[in-house]
Design a protein around this ligand. Structure first.
Ligand code: HQG
Length: 180
């Protein structure tokens, strides 16, 4: 499958497995899973046929491992705006995590910390470089350094999605180091 097709299928899957399953009439279970057969049929019925082989290739090759396949079912690993419980166990975070954002959000983040906005959780990156990529989606990237160790000591819970994104409900302003 060529790169363009890979990206199109990945976007189709993200849209329907994270945000808008109703659009193609599929139902995610409480943990976000849907039967692959049901998904493929719904995709075809809605004018976007995908072969099973393409689906498997997208899951395998996806640059960010956005999807998981298990027991004939598929789900998005993170990033949902629909209400799903990913059923992840809390894990101890590394001392520092990173959040990529952009200049125009900084005043508000200084005041209220980092909020989940439309998603379920705040997304944090394990390294600076990944955070630069995330921030670049919105403009000139700004990387905030998060004192995850201290947050954990104070009772904040952290989760790690299957593709290595760190999730937490809210990052208070005191845990953030802003660049000069
Ligand atoms: C900002 C992509 C003002 C926050 C990426 C961010 C990631 C605030 C935006 C994943 C704020 C929300 C998630 C506050 C947070 N005031 N702005 N108090 N608190 N913000 O897309 O972290 O390609 O929901 O800084 O790689 O950018 O979709 O979150 O800029 O892993 O797989 O509000 O999405 O992955 O934006 O990105 P998002 P994000 P995928």
């Amino acid at each position: 499958m060529n790169e363009r097709r890979l990206v199109r299928v990945s976007k189709f899957l993200s849209r329907h497995l994270r945000h808008d399953p109703d659009r193609i009439g599929i139902e995610l279970d409480e943990h976000g899973w849907v039967e692959v057969d049901a998904l493929l049929k719904a995709a075809e019925d809605h004018g976007f046929p995908i072969t099973r082989q393409e689906l498997e290739e997208v899951v395998d090759e996806n640059d960010k491992q956005r999807f998981a396949l298990r027991d004939g079912r598929i789900r998005a690993n993170q990033g949902h705006t629909v209400d799903v419980d990913l059923d992840l166990d809390p894990v101890d975070p590394p001392p520092l995590l990173y959040h990529g954002t952009t200049e125009r959000f900084l005043d508000s983040i200084r005041e209220e910390g980092i909020k989940a906005m439309d998603r379920h959780d705040v997304h944090l990156s394990p390294d600076h470089e990944t955070a630069v990529d995330v921030g670049s989606r919105r403009g000139e990237p700004v990387v905030l350094v998060i004192d995850a160790g201290r947050m954990a000591d104070r009772g904040h819970l952290f989760y790690r999605s299957e593709n290595g994104v760190w999730l937490t409900e809210h990052v208070p302003a005191w845990a953030i180091t802003f660049p000069d």
